[in-house]
Design a protein around this ligand. Structure first.
Ligand code: ADP
Ligand code: ZN
Ligand code: ZN
Length: 733
């Protein structure tokens, strides 16, 4: 008789689960499903999750028993289990890998679910009555301290501070029945005085809180329109209904500030899950939400996988932000999964942005999402900034800065205000060029130039991290005329410092914010004095600097002429977000956009009708060209030491797809491009190829991938490459 076996999904790039036997010698039963197990694997062991029980596919003799059952009950509830299953099917990723991606590190490694509660100690009634009978010593000192504060338990954290070495004494008291360890009661939190919502905010809140069951919304509100206040009010409503709320935020290094702001406005503890937290802290937040004791969670991308047994509301702030898309491992999009989870939980989902993604715009246009509009800045006296396009053709530029821009900065400083100068390139200059022969310094391992850093002294590859000192002479012609070409933030900073020697200048890019809370520290550096921020993308998002009245974009011309079909959307979002930093309080704001192409139609649209006009035009172009979101894409990537291996795998994968899904015929509605070399054909010494699959029908694409993907793992060509599937890719790198 065939044995009933456990089917265990492991976090390995393998599509099917593995069969094991229970460790207790009994028949497997359905009670194992959803529980983690430690199993022998290869020469070591691995932690996986039981996804099924059933007759073994393999011969019984080769099956091994699991080493250890790690959970008595399924780790996650039915809703999250099914959501993970959906993610696995949608992204064509092995369930075991999705499972591992979804869990905090300690749980993935097989550790028990932490007791997330804070504990404290107090005397029992018997302990209080018998206080006199204790002999002098540590336990007595502790007991007297506890007795003095009545019935309220002392938190263990406080005992650690005030009575070092208390644990042993406490244990002795507990053994005598004199003391007990109890969970600390939830702290009652005072909430700060809130704002009075304006009419648009109140209407948005009423619509969201009036929804029953799954209801997706787009909260389309200009920068500074008070979206966060809408989130707060909607969360308070969910809490009042006895429900949990999840707020996803982009990875911008300001998560701590957002959490502090929410915490001030909410009567319960706000739990956090983001990359700045230690593994243990994440696991505790996870456990708190799972137990239902946690009521509000704020987190970055992976928080979309947190248990929400009493879900009431899901919010995604800055939903257009690219950091919601995971770019390695399981390439999921947290915003898209948030919508799916909202459906699975039967709760409203709010996507908030001043510059919604075109995918989201399209859904709003076709009324699959309800659009809620906040048309104006909320704070009293705050108005939209004025925008000036500065034609820099034929102008003399200093490190890319036109005289008019420098004048505007000077006036800003004279008024005691702050300016922001945006340049989306870190380092000193993007290229080191030989002025005599045209040689430029390449990375040895990538098809990309090295970036000049350290005010011209070092060369660094932004793609693989390769570093080299700057050569003294051109390796090709021996000339000494090596010149940094173009501007990075370091060079802009240098030019500003030369022009404004007395001004305070703060550079904000990846190089200056690498320390803990670096972004928040940099942004706080000017305080309420005048000064200049110079920096990248990081400066574009979400902060509120009341003295900042001038935002300038040094150059956007790369964005106007990029080959990427998303360039217009990205540029529009960036310009609107950068502009959104200026004039957020009573002082009027000004925005200066430098360009060599002042007549570009995208700029005209932005200036006349804002992001709404630009995105409507871009959406029409996408539709005409059958580009996403009007077509559905999946990108198969492969890299190998040898280009022919990468290409061979993708050719075989394509052949298998056409065979598996279409009986050797062309799959209806499916179209492909490739295999072709990736836009950067070599990175970190590896050759990179890609195969793009396209379909007008999401379902057709999904069916084809579903039929073909499991077979790709088994292709002999797969052994020599690293490959991945990216469903709904947001870039083609
Ligand atoms: P957004 O998230 O849309 O950029 P915020 O929620 O950060 O906007 O609000 C921008 C500023 O306006 C904040 O300083 C906030 O305190 C203030 N604010 C928001 N709503 C109101 C309101 N109804 N009345 C007065 N000030 C408000
Ligand atoms: Zn040369
Ligand atoms: Zn490199």
């Amino acid at each position: 008789m065939p044995l009933t076996t456990l089917q265990v999904a492991l976090p390995r790039p393998l599509p099917a689960p593995f069969d094991y036997l229970p460790d207790d010698g009994r028949e497997a039963d359905a009670g194992w499903i959803g529980c983690r197990v430690r199993v022998p694997f290869g020469r070591g062991h691995a932690v996986g999750v039981v996804v099924g029980v059933g007759p073994s596919g393999a011969a019984d003799a080769v099956l091994k028993p699991v080493l250890e059952r790690l959970d008595a009950q399924p780790l996650v509830d039915a809703e999250l289990w099914s959501t993970l299953g959906f993610a696995s099917r949608y992204y064509h990723a092995p369930f075991g890998e999705v499972w591992a991606t979804a869990l905090p590190g300690p749980l993935r490694d097989g550790e028990p679910v932490l007791d997330h509660r804070a504990f404290g100690w107090r005397l029992t009634p018997a302990g209080r009555a018998g206080l006199e009978t204790l002999r002098t010593g540590r336990p007595k000192a502790l007991a007297e301290a506890w007795a003095a504060t009545g019935d309220a338990p002392w938190p263990e954290a406080r005992l650690d501070l005030e009575h070092p070495g208390w644990r042993d004494a406490a244990r002795r008291l507990a053994e005598r029945g004199a003391a007990e360890r109890v969970p600390m009661p939830a702290a009652v939190r005072a909430i700060g005085a809130g704002v009075t919502l304006n009419d648009a905010q109140a209407a948005a809140v009423a619509t969201i809180t009036g929804a029953r069951g799954f209801a997706p919304f787009l909260l389309d509100g200009v920068t500074g329109s008070g979206k966060t206040e809408v989130y707060l009010e909607a969360i308070r409503h969910a809490l009042a209904q006895g429900k949990q709320a999840l707020l996803l935020v982009p990875e911008i290094g300001l998560t701590a500030q957002t959490i502090a702001r929410l915490q001030r406005g909410l009567p319960v503890e706000v739990h956090a899950m983001h990359s700045g937290l230690a593994d243990g802290a994440r696991a505790r937040a996870w456990a708190a939400m799972r137990s239902g004791e946690g009521r509000v969670l704020v987190g970055t991308r992976s928080a979309v996988f947190c248990p929400l047994p009493e879900a009431g509301l899901i919010l995604v702030d800055e939903e257009h932000d690219a950091s919601y898309k995971q770019q390695d491992g399981i390439r999921y999009h947290a915003r898209d999964l948030a919508l799916w989870r909202g459906q699975a939980c039967g709760v409203p989902v709010v996507l908030g942005s001043a510059t919604p993604a075109l995918e989201t715009q399209r859904q709003a246009l076709s009324r699959r999402l309800t659009r809620l509009v906040l048309p104006a800045r909320a704070r009293a006296g705050a108005r939209a900034p004025s925008v000036r396009v500065l034609d820099v053709r034929k102008r003399k530029l200093e490190a890319g800065l036109a005289p008019e821009l420098l004048d505007a900065i000077e006036k800003t400083l004279e008024r005691g205000e702050q300016a922001l100068v945006f340049r989306n390139r870190r380092g000193y200059a993007p290229v080191l060029l030989c002025h005599d022969c045209g040689w430029s310094a390449p990375c040895k391992r990538c098809d990309a130039p090295l970036t000049v850093h350290g005010v011209g002294r070092r060369l660094i590859c932004h793609h693989c991290g390769y570093r080299a000192p700057k050569p003294n002479a051109c390796p090709d012609c021996g000339s000494l005329a090596l010149q940094p070409q173009g501007q990075g933030t370091e060079r802009v900073e240098e030019a500003l410092a030369a022009r404004f020697p007395n001004a305070r200048i703060v550079r904000v890019d990846r190089d200056t914010t690498a320390v803990k809370d670096g972004l928040a520290k940099r942004l706080a550096e000017l305080g309420d004095g005048p000064g200049i921020f110079v920096g990248t993308q990081m400066l574009a998002k979400g902060h509120d600097l009341p003295l900042l009245t001038l935002s300038a974009v040094v150059s956007m011309d790369e964005g106007l002429f990029s080959a990427d079909f998303r360039a217009g959307e990205r540029l529009g979002q960036l310009l609107v977000q950068v502009a959104g930093r200026a004039g957020r309080s009573e002082r009027p704001g000004e925005v200066i956009l430098q360009t060599h192409h002042p007549e570009h139609p995208w700029l005209a649209l932005l200036l006349s009708g804002g992001y709404a006009a630009l995105s409507a035009a871009l959406l029409a172009e996408r539709e005409a060209a059958s580009l996403p979101p009007f077509a559905h894409w999946a990108l198969l990537r492969a890299e190998a030491n040898d280009a022919t291996d990468a290409e061979a795998f993708l050719s075989a994968a394509r052949g298998h797809l056409l065979g598996a899904a279409g009986d050797g015929q062309r799959v209806p509605g499916l179209d492909w491009a490739g295999p072709v070399p990736a836009p950067m054909p070599r990175r970190a010494g590896r050759a990179r190829f890609q195969l793009l699959l396209r379909s007008g029908e999401r379902r057709g694409l999904q069916a084809a991938l579903g039929a073909a993907a499991p077979g790709w793992y088994a292709l002999p060509e797969a052994r020599r490459v690293r490959w991945s599937i990216d469903v709904d890719p947001i870039d083609l790198y």
